[in-house]
Design a protein around this ligand. Structure first.
Ligand code: ZN
Length: 242
């Protein structure tokens, strides 16, 4: 409880606090993480998420994507941790959420200023002209096509072999350099370049608060306040003090 109080105090006194979230924040929304025992890589072949494979076998890739992966992602609802972050943004405490997640749950919770380092599964993008669409407007049983040019649509999240979205990445770097408190939630800290951002924040003098049931690659390196608790529980308690 002392740790929760310390975290709440740091947030209360901050001028520019940002959150950095990874798969752990969505586990309690029944979103499977990519890594670990129940991870997506244990269920699906990694090749389906490679851009070269997708480009050459789009129909086969779409069959796999709509078989389980998309269903689970689209019906997931935000949990108490996502909701607390949205509430803290409304109160003017959290200025931005930087997320590695593609599940759209920060937006569903009501967060407005969200930088999505790995894209967003709720949108589709044309592989030819980059037009964007909402996934809910398509029946995914057949591979969806662009309404303007007819080319195949790709989920608007980052596949292996693709660049990270430039604007989201540069906004995230700026937010990491400018923040005085960074709240790191549910990230293992092993996926780069995303994992470099908390280090960037620390180098620029930010206080790093980490919420994670287990230590991450950040914990012993840069974390000032480590709260080894599930994110829903910790965020609910912190939010009650603010
Ligand atoms: Zn198109």
């Amino acid at each position: 409880m002392e740790l929760i109080k310390n975290a709440a105090t740091a947030l209360k006194e901050s001028k520019y606090a940002v959150a950095f979230t990874g798969a752990g924040i969505s586990v309690e929304s029944a979103i499977a993480p990519f890594r670990g025992e129940n991870g997506i890589w244990n269920k699906y072949e990694e090749k389906f998420f490679e851009i070269n494979y997708f480009s050459s076998h789009p129909k086969e890739a779409w069959e796999m994507l709509c078989n389980g992966f998309y269903e689970a992602t689209l019906k997931a609802i935000s949990n108490a941790a996502h909701n607390a972050l949205a509430k803290l943004e409304q109160k003017g405490i959290i200025k931005a959420v930087i997320t590695q997640n593609i599940d759209n749950l920060h937006a569903k919770a009501g967060s407005k200023n969200v930088y999505e380092l790995h894209g967003n599964a709720s949108k589709l993008t044309c592989i030819r002209d980059g037009n964007k669409y909402l996934v809910q407007d398509f029946d995914l049983k057949t591979a969806p096509c662009c309404k303007k040019c007819g080319a195949i649509l790709k989920p608007d999240f980052v596949f292996f072999g693709e660049m990270l979205p430039g604007r989201d990445m540069s906004m995230s770097i700026a937010a990491s350099r400018n923040c005085d408190v960074m709240l790191v939630i549910g990230s293992t800290g092993v996926v780069y370049p995303a994992a470099s951002l908390p280090f960037e924040a620390k180098r620029n003098g930010a206080t790093i608060i980490e919420i994670n049931p287990n230590p991450s690659a950040f914990t012993n390196e840069i974390v000032d306040i480590f709260i080894p608790v599930e994110s829903t529980k910790a965020m609910t308690q912190i939010s009650e003090l603010l």
